[in-house]
Design a protein around this ligand. Structure first.
Ligand code: DGL
Length: 271
């Protein structure tokens, strides 16, 4: 699609499903004039149990599609893809800037919890990549990471703020492994949707890093630096899924707090 200038073009973003919408919501609040083009790769959800090779294939395919449709910047709103496919995504995007959800959060942790010992939960793909561990330890932080593979799928199916999500979260934190740490990193964009359940398992006052807000702030700075900020509205958002699911349709409007007109764009496109 053609835009009057690059600044008028949308921000492209993607996740396996509804998780990245926690980042989309934060972007809408922080940058209300920016249009978003969101892809939920529901045909391949969950990403957390996929091999790095598969994740690279899916992530580069969607990146190509978002770049072809004219997006000015790509937000990889998924930790599993950010930890396993960032290099390939950047290569595919060429000149178009890419923001992942790992580096801004690590930078924030280094600044606000210097020398700290942090707890981290994420999908198996993210935890097994050891990307957070490598980045954090290289900056003098310590991190205890734990894969919580049941969570993203349960959340995608609409199980948040209820008995099942409480039970799953409780089981993962049962032995108190996170309680003596300084802060918790939610290394999956689905997890802010079970924030209350997680908070209930932690000592009062323990910090939980607000990854969507940290990433949005990073996007705002980058757009400013590259003179890509939209200066007039209204913002126009487009939401796509690679397979229409009722859970995505039901969850999306609820998460972003406004009606979502959902388009199915099958994978690979046109087949
Ligand atoms: N929300 C994604 C992440 O941040 C993917 C979760 C999944 O599909 O397993 O890792």
């Amino acid at each position: 699609m053609k835009y009057a200038s690059r600044a008028h073009a949308p921000i492209g973003m993607f996740d396996s499903g509804i998780g990245g919408l926690t980042v989309a919501k934060s972007l809408m609040e922080r940058l209300p004039l920016e249009s978003l083009h969101y892809v939920g790769d529901t045909a391949h959800m969950p990403y957390g149990d996929k091999s790095p090779e598969r994740l690279r294939e899916y992530a580069t395919g969607i990146t190509e599609r978002l770049c072809d449709s004219g997006c000015k910047l790509i937000v990889v709103a998924c930790n599993s893809a950010s930890s396993n496919a960032l290099e390939e995504i950047r290569r595919t995007a060429g000149d178009i800037p890419v923001v992942d959800v790992v580096h801004p959060v690590v930078d924030w942790a280094v600044e606000h919890h210097p020398q700290g010992h942090l707890a981290l939960i994420g999908t198996r793909a993210t935890v097994q990549s050891r990307v957070y561990d490598a980045l954090m330890t290289s900056h003098g932080l310590r991190v205890h990471s734990m894969a919580t593979p049941l969570l993203a799928s349960a959340i995608e199916e609409g199980f948040h703020n209820g008995t099942l999500s409480r039970a799953v979260v409780e089981a993962y934190f049962a032995d108190g492994w996170a309680s003596d740490k300084e802060a918790l990193v939610l290394a999956c964009t689905h997890y802010p949707l079970v924030m209350d359940e997680i908070r209930a398992q932690l000592p009062e006052g323990m910090a939980i890093l607000d990854a969507p807000r940290i990433v949005s702030e990073h996007v705002a700075t980058l757009l400013e630096q590259q003179e890509l900020r939209a200066h007039e509205g209204p913002a126009k958002h487009r939401f796509e899924v690679t397979d229409w699911t009722s859970s995505f349709a039901a969850g999306a409007s609820h998460i972003v707090g406004r009606p979502v007109d959902l388009h199915e764009v099958p994978w690979p496109e046109g087949q």
